[in-house]
Design a protein around this ligand. Structure first.
Ligand code: ADP
Ligand code: GN1
Ligand code: MG
Length: 363
């Protein structure tokens, strides 16, 4: 279970007018602690998102916040003339001392965003229109950030999507077996070892470095409640230099199966081809103009690779005794690993068809 923090006390350290009412846990993230805080302003109740940054994972929070500040300012300038522009990008609320974050007495780092109303996220995809909208929004995010000026953004977690490095960490975890869990995970270990050779493919493909989101889970895009449009991309801690395909790959991982990431009934985990088709269409609509031929050729493969990388990470954390991801039950990380590997099987069964679709769609 996660530790409780005093999000209310932290919220009062930001430049928010009115009377503090409450703060409650919000969202389903595995790393940071997200709360929704309510303030009474005049007669109205206003909501805010307040987050505690996990500084054992993001060990340079001020560099991270510098990235977030630059990225949100750039996006805001780009969408300024669009209708509803203040719902299309996250807006940081400054702390009382003028910085964009606050450090409390325990050393926790906090930041606050304006709440984007009349929109919501989903943990699992339900319709092809949602998949299309999510992919179009993440592609647009990359496109708008392609004009971000120098300097290069900070690497908030170095080697974040370096799959060979993730695989090496798994091999170490298997060898050390500190929690004595290699036995119950024997099948998953075998599955991972059999696919080691795909780890380096994206890194060896000489693809261009871009500004990417790197955590394009389906639950990281807000959908407008009325129009269904993918209106705002959230969860910006991992925005940093990366490959466009890390983002597309993570969309395939999180936005093609109808099941949750920790589903125990593996028969529910499948790569639904119509969802993949919608992701390709949505992503190419916004990102097709800048992607190179080489990037387009690897779209389908990236889904398999990022799903593999994530399965490897969950398995490694299970073997290490659950030190990275929040867990809410016994074997949670192993359950999560199993859904990833089941999804890979489903992708492998449909790979040729996926490749054919990408070829046709990107011409
Ligand atoms: P986590 O790391 O906990 O996933 P997120 O930044 O993704 O953190 O926020 C968690 C959830 O909170 C999101 O999935 C989204 O539903 C909601 N959310 C985040 N930011 C906002 C915002 N500015 N306005 C409205 N909802 C938000
Ligand atoms: C973590 O914080 P959250 O839940 O959005 C993780 C991602 C994983 C994801 C798997 C910093 O994201 O890389 O893909 O869990 N974030 C970090 O659900 O490691
Ligand atoms: Mg999130």
């Amino acid at each position: 279970m996660s530790k409780e923090y005093d999000a209310g006390a932290a919220a009062r350290q930001f430049q928010i007018d009115g009377e503090y009412i409450s703060a409650a846990r919000y969202g389903s993230g595995h790393i940071n602690d997200t709360y929704c805080a309510v303030f009474r302003q005049g007669g109205a109740e206003m909501r805010f998102i307040i987050q505690r940054i996990n500084h054992s994972i993001f060990n340079n929070p001020s560099a991270l916040m510098e990235n977030v500040q630059r990225v949100t300012a750039h996006l805001a300038a780009q969408v300024a003339d669009e209708p509803d522009s203040d719902r299309r990008v996250l807006t940081l609320i400054p702390a009382r001392d003028g910085r964009s974050w606050h450090v409390d007495a325990e050393g926790s780092h906090w930041r606050v965003y304006r709440f984007i109303e009349r929109a919501r996220t989903f943990d699992a995809v339900e319709t092809t229109e949602q998949a299309f909208q999510a992919a179009r929004a993440f592609g647009r995010f990359q496109q708008l950030l392609s004009s971000l000026s120098a300097p290069r953004l900070h690497d908030t977690i170095p080697g974040f999507h370096n799959t060979p490095r993730r695989f090496a960490a798994l091999e170490q975890a298997i060898a050390a077996d500190v929690a004595g869990r290699a036995k119950p995970a024997a099948k998953e270990i075998e599955f991972a070892l059999a696919r080691k050779s795909i780890s380096g493919v994206l890194l060896q493909a000489n693809l261009p470095e871009r500004v990417t989101h790197n955590d394009t889970k389906f639950s990281n895009v807000l959908m407008d409640e009325t129009t269904g449009e993918g209106i705002c991309v959230v969860d910006l801690d991992t925005v940093m230099p990366g490959l466009a395909l890390y983002d597309f790959g993570d969309m395939v991982r999180t936005t093609t199966s109808p099941a949750m990431e920790d589903e125990r009934d593996l028969s529910r985990v499948t790569m639904q081809f119509p969802m993949f088709e919608a992701l390709v269409r949505g992503y190419l609509e916004s990102a097709g103009g800048f992607l190179t031929k080489e990037e387009k050729q690897l779209l389908a493969f990236s889904g398999k690779l990022i799903t593999f990388e994530q399965g490897v990470r969950f398995l490694g954390d299970y073997l290490a005794g659950d030190t990275y991801y929040k867990v809410h039950r016994e074997g949670h990380n192993l359950d999560r690993c199993r859904t990833q590997f089941k999804l890979i099987q489903s992708i492998e069964e449909q790979e040729e068809k996926m490749e054919r679709l990408v070829k046709t769609a990107s011409h």
